[in-house]
Design a protein around this ligand. Structure first.
Ligand SMILES: [Zn+2]
Ligand SMILES: [Zn+2]
Length: 526
């Protein structure tokens, strides 16, 4: 696998004599498999030079893929200047995180509205397919990809790519979940442990390292990692090489070199370096690979997150969470005492319960345990604890699903809320789509999940040719739309069923049954 860095700067482009060595362009990485599959990861301002190089060869019918981590400017500003998207005959697949209110394509198109740019996304002449992703697994030709949510004030995906017996992980922009870890102390537990599992055994990890542990206390909630956290995580997860990236716009070349010299003293056995613009890294295969044992959904699972009234039960002092919910147009019901909370759980079956742990005034764990007892298993309630610091053991005993650590901004809480809603919708969709149906609704060629991601290596080119032939004969769009409709109907039915008459519920039940049992266009045309 060949990797080339086209943009390594974080947040904003910073060209000039003091950043000439490591580069001033924002995130963009080119990945090529030995079979020639092209994947561009993020398309910040560095994407312009990559695009120029791609068209300079005069290649006709250029085919490529773009994986976008999130739609903050520094990761998408190269898209309007990415020339191969404007050439008729070229073919591109663009992947990015699914939104709650809008599709990934709509989010991308936003930066190309008339007010900001004279050409719209619709005017791209290449054939472009947009893919809305949630956490899970999918394939791009010979490359197996896993996507996982990161910790950032926007819904952001990290990507793990496996091809040619080598593993590349891209995790940018990401902030440690535990504050202690961010400043270099404490154990790797909870969600940081899950992040470590995501990067485990990478031959090359490209990770956000915008700050140092010393700078971090001033940057809490900005969504970026101190370099010390990255080193600790990489050592724990047996990563071979780490490329630090998303360099702070205020860190000049000399400062980056001082930083890397310092961290190298304690990074052993990990080979760590600061990525620079133009750098090429050959990622060598690893002969002794330990298989990951985790189950993942299909990352293109069609779903519609529920945004019904009383989707959230709220027991938190302060206004930040309420502001975040309001900004997301999500209704919430606040409670005062524990009895009121338990009544609401039984009556409204909220999707999320956000409660506070603030000893000695409020024992959030007591409240959490009571809420868990009240909520039935099939309710699949997500319980969020707002606290000054994490207590993993007490949280696990109280059934806490995730934490919001104070202080946090409304932007940060919004990203968390979106992630929880998307995860809840994934879980519901997974549990209601029968296994057979699920297989049919997944786009062809991306049927594998991560259970067999490391073990079912089919000899590449034959399988890819077969997939292309199959894809030609299938109306992929119709398949996805149809299952989107079923999932939407189901979510709709679940949310309003308790408010309507039995006759209406029966009618809705019939519609859902029809929508989910209809023969698929794809199976007929096969
Ligand atoms: Zn960024
Ligand atoms: Zn960002």
């Amino acid at each position: 696998m060949r990797v080339q860095f086209w943009g390594t700067r974080g947040s904003i482009a910073k060209p000039g004599p003091t950043t000439a060595r490591y580069g001033g362009n924002t995130s963009c990485i080119e990945v090529r498999s030995s079979q020639g599959t092209l994947v561009v990861i993020d398309c910040g301002t560095g994407g312009h030079s990559l695009a120029q190089q791609l068209i300079s060869g005069g290649a006709k019918h250029l085919r490529g893929n773009i994986l976008i981590s999130h739609t903050h400017w520094d990761h998408i500003q190269g898209i309007p200047f990415f020339a191969p998207l404007f050439v008729r005959g070229n073919e591109w697949d663009i992947y990015g995180p699914k939104g709650v209110c809008e599709s990934f394509r709509e989010a991308l198109a936003g930066q190309m509205q008339y007010t900001y740019f004279p050409v719209t996304l619709d005017q791209c002449e290449a054939e472009i397919r947009y893919h809305d992703l949630v956490e899970g697994a999918f394939e791009i030709e010979d490359i197996k990809v896993s996507a996982r949510y990161l910790n950032h004030p926007a819904v952001t995906l990290g990507y793990r790519l496996q091809v040619d017996d080598a593993i590349l992980v891209y995790a940018c922009d990401h902030e440690p979940y535990a504050r202690m870890l961010a400043v270099g102390d404490g154990e790797i537990t909870g969600q940081d442990l899950q992040h470590a599992e995501f990067i485990e055994g990478a031959d090359l990890l490209i990770h956000d390292a915008q700050y140092t542990a010393e700078e971090y206390p001033e940057k809490v909630g900005w969504g970026h990692s101190p370099v010390e956290y990255v080193v600790k995580l990489a050592q724990y997860a047996r990563v071979k090489r780490v490329a630090l990236t998303h360099h702070d716009p205020l860190r000049d070349d000399d400062a980056i070199e001082r930083m890397i010299a310092t961290v190298r003293q304690c990074a052993s056995p990990v080979d760590i370096f600061a990525a620079f613009e133009g750098q090429v890294v050959e990622v060598a295969p690893c002969a002794q690979r330990v298989a990951r044992r985790c189950e993942e959904l299909q990352a293109e699972t069609p779903l519609e997150p529920a945004r019904a009234p009383r989707a959230v039960l709220l027991g938190v002092a302060g206004t930040t969470v309420s502001e975040a919910l309001q900004a997301e147009n999500i209704c919430s019901r606040s409670f005062v005492g524990i009895d009121e909370a338990l009544t609401a759980i039984a009556k409204d079956r909220p999707l999320l319960a956000i409660v506070e742990h603030n000893p000695p005034h409020i024992d959030g764990f007591d409240l959490g345990r009571a809420i868990r007892r009240q909520a039935s298993d099939e309710h699949q309630l997500i319980l969020i604890m707002v606290a000054g610091q994490e207590d993993q053991d007490a949280g696990a005993a109280a059934g806490v699903s995730d934490w919001l650590i104070k202080p946090f901004t409304a932007a940060y809480a919004r990203a968390k809320i979106r992630t929880w809603l998307l995860r809840a919708a994934c879980k519901s969709t997974k549990s209601i789509i029968p296994a057979k149906k699920e297989r049919r609704s997944a786009p062809l060629g991306v049927l594998h999940n991560a259970t067999n991601i490391e073990s079912d290596r089919v000899k590449g080119s034959d399988r890819i040719k077969k997939q292309r032939v199959l894809q030609k004969g299938v109306d992929k769009r119709a398949t996805v739309l149809s299952s989107d409709k079923s999932a939407l109907l189901w979510m709709y039915g679940r949310e309003i069923a308790s408010f309507d008459t039995p006759t209406f519920s029966k009618k809705l039940g019939d519609i859902i049954a029809r929508a989910t049992s209809m023969p698929q266009t794809s199976s007929r045309s096969r």
